[in-house]
Ligand binder design. Structure first.
Ligand SMILES: Nc1ncnc2c1ncn2[C@@H]1O[C@H](COP(=O)(O)OP(=O)(O)O)[C@@H](O)[C@H]1O
Ligand SMILES: Cc1cn([C@H]2C[C@H](O)[C@@H](COP(=O)(O)OP(=O)(O)O)O2)c(=O)[nH]c1=O
Length: 220
């Protein structure tokens, strides 16, 4: 594998998909080759299909954090060849969510005393057992929960649900714990190097091109 693996991370509605697309466009315009891989890959893997059922509330039982984590990890495990191919053919592969998403979200749903253990368990599952590559850099898009919520409501309809907010997005307390978990991962350098990028200055969202330029500067 040769390409630089850049993970864009953050809560729901933080602006990850927008930033990932802009970063790839900027890199391509500057003569580098870049591509975006978005996880979960709902339409492309068995794990992704099951996750669509789960997030759309169509599975009969709630899954425990570790069980849900296995589905997300399976979606990436099934995508290993696609990741390797993307990295072989591009200078930069931009992930719109990667392993840290699983750690942040599933630990946020574990019992408080079990959260750290769940994060470590997921990292070991995905890196050591499933053999997925570590990212070279993870960028945490730091968007306040109330602004992110407004952005979620602007998103187009998702493939797996007709609801404006999916099961996770509807839960504000969960989104706050997700933020805390990302902050801890970035502070402690779990899964490698991190950069935290505030997307709001003086109460206003920074334009996507400015956010993308800051990310490209970090990659370079
Ligand atoms: N920096 C920004 N300024 C204004 N609108 C944005 C910005 N980033 C994202 N959006 C809009 O907010 C919505 C959610 O953004 P998206 O990138 O899909 O978030 P995520 O992938 O983190 O869930 C989309 O409608 C998108 O066009
Ligand atoms: C990729 C990934 C996502 N998630 C969570 C975060 C989101 O709340 C949810 C769906 O991912 P998301 O990227 O928000 O999909 P969409 O933009 O189509 O709504 O899954 C995990 O818990 N683990 C993972 O590994």
């Amino acid at each position: 594998m040769s390409g630089f693996l850049l993970a864009i991370e953050g809560g729901d509605g933080a602006g990850k998909a927008t930033a990932a697309a802009e970063v790839a466009a900027r890199l391509n315009a500057a003569g580098r080759t870049a591509t975006v891989l978005s996880f979960p890959r709902y339409a492309d893997t068995l794990g992704g299909h099951m996750l669509g059922e789960y997030l759309g509330g169509r599975l009969p039982h709630a899954a425990s954090p570790r069980a849900a984590a296995v589905l997300y990890a399976l979606d990436r495990f099934e995508s290993a060849a696609v990741i390797a191919e993307a990295a072989a053919q591009h200078d930069v592969v931009v992930f719109d969510r990667y392993i840290a998403s699983n750690m942040a979200y599933q630990a946020a749903q574990a019992a408080p005393g079990d959260a750290r253990e769940v994060m470590g368990w997921i990292a070991r599952l995905e890196i050591e057992q499933f053999g997925l590559p570590l990212p070279d850099l993870s960028v945490y898009l730091d968007t306040p929960v109330e602004i992110a919520r407004g952005l979620i409501l602007r998103k187009r309809r998702r493939s797996y649900t007709d609801a404006a907010l999916d099961t996770y997005e509807a839960d504000v307390a969960l989104q706050v714990r997700v933020r805390d978990n990302y902050a801890a991962m970035a502070r402690e350098g779990l899964l490698g190097r991190w950069a935290t990028l505030p997307t709001v200055t003086a109460g206003a969202l920074r334009p996507p091109r400015e956010i993308a330029a800051a990310i490209v500067a970090l990659v370079e």
